[in-house]
Design a protein around this ligand. Structure first.
Ligand code: NAP
Length: 305
């Protein structure tokens, strides 16, 4: 019997993983916030995944954090700002040799979690897959992509990558996972905050090319300084390519703000500015961008952390 995947957070990515693993016959359990969320979940038939307009519902078992069963493998699928508090509730249940797979965007939450549960193996992921919630317990698979996984402390790939293979989750074990996370963070910092400030789709940044180029130069300087020269390579041309390729899309940060949801700013632009400060690196445009974004969020009564 293969090890159960406990999935913490039944949002977009949590559902995307839970449904595909369940479809492949891999044992999965969903950990929901509390008894009220569990009751809401149990009132339906399970988790629904809508893919290419076709929907399937999977009767994945739900539970609350206080359920007694020990946890061997935990997929953490909350937002970066929720990861630590969500894991704190499970601390007593984690097996001595538990493994955590961290799906959070940006940087900062992964180190915080690893320090919180030093006995566990923390595997970090960077994904280009896209999904959104159409309602509670119902998720649309919006963008096919790839997930890179890696462990900065231990290069050996885990055997359960076979489960991902069986579930049809495109993935690769990466020895350069930090470089991938930094690169994605830099792309995000160069694009997402400006789409919020200019209230535009990604393609709207074609009207702000100088500003984008200046930010890319500063971000590349930061990456070099943080020991990530590979993540700095040809950053500006990739940012331009992404802006063109996703011209009609609204960035995730734009969508969070438009829906009055908390953004992950502290783990993206905020993390970049803190890293610059740690290295005594003066990056005026990046710092100004953060101040403008924080001001913009505060003016609208939104969380700015
Ligand atoms: P999401 O749809 O907001 O889902 C987060 C889930 O976490 C929610 O279901 C929430 O529960 C749950 N949660 C929060 N605190 C919890 C707790 N204490 N106990 C149990 N559940 C808890 O977020 P997402 O879009 O899947 O994003 C997750 C991470 O993946 C983010 O860092 C995001 O940047 C990254 N990511 C997302 C995508 C994407 O396409 N969505 C792509 C790449 C990366 P409730 O339902 O009760 O609120």
């Amino acid at each position: 019997m293969s090890t159960t995947w406990h999935i913490l957070g039944a949002g977009s990515l949590g559902t995307l993983w839970a449904t595909r693993l369940a479809r492949a016959g891999v044992p999965v359990r969903l950990i929901l916030r509390d008894h009220a969320r569990l009751a809401s979940y149990q009132a339906g038939n399970g988790l629904t995944l809508v893919e290419h307009g076709i929907e399937h519902t999977y009767p994945v078992i739900g539970e609350t954090p206080d359920s007694p069963e020990p946890i061997q493998r935990l997929l953490v699928a909350c937002k970066a700002y929720d990861a630590q508090s969500a894991i704190a509730q499970l601390q007593q249940r984690l097996a001595a040799d538990a493994e955590l797979i961290l799906l959070q965007n940006g940087l900062g939450s992964q180190d915080a979690v690893a320090a919180q549960v030093p006995q566990a193996r923390s595997i970090v992921a960077s994904s280009t897959e896209g999904a959104f919630r159409e309602g509670d317990w119902r998720v649309v698979f919006a963008g096919h992509g790839y997930t890179w996984l890696g462990d900065t402390g231990q290069p050996t790939p885990p055997l359960w990558l076979d489960d991902l293979h069986a579930a049809g989750i495109p993935h690769e074990w990466s020895s350069e996972i930090l470089t991938r996370l930094w690169r994605k963070l830099a792309l995000n910092c160069a694009i997402n905050p400006l789409t919020v400030l200019y209230q535009c789709r990604n393609g709207g940044l074609q009207d702000h090319q100088c500003e984008v180029a200046t930010l890319c130069a500063e971000l590349a300087e930061l990456l070099e300084c943080c020991g990530q020269p590979a993540a700095a390579q040809a950053l500006h041309s990739e940012v331009q390519r992404v802006i063109q390729a996703t011209a009609s899309n609204y960035s995730s940060m734009y969508q969070d703000v438009a829906n009055a949801r908390r953004t992950e700013i502290s783990y993206l632009l905020g993390y970049a500015c803190q890293a610059a400060a740690r290295h005594q690196l003066v990056l005026p445009h990046l710092q100004q961008l953060q101040a403008r974004l924080v001001g913009y969020l505060r003016e609208r009564g939104l969380a700015s952390d």
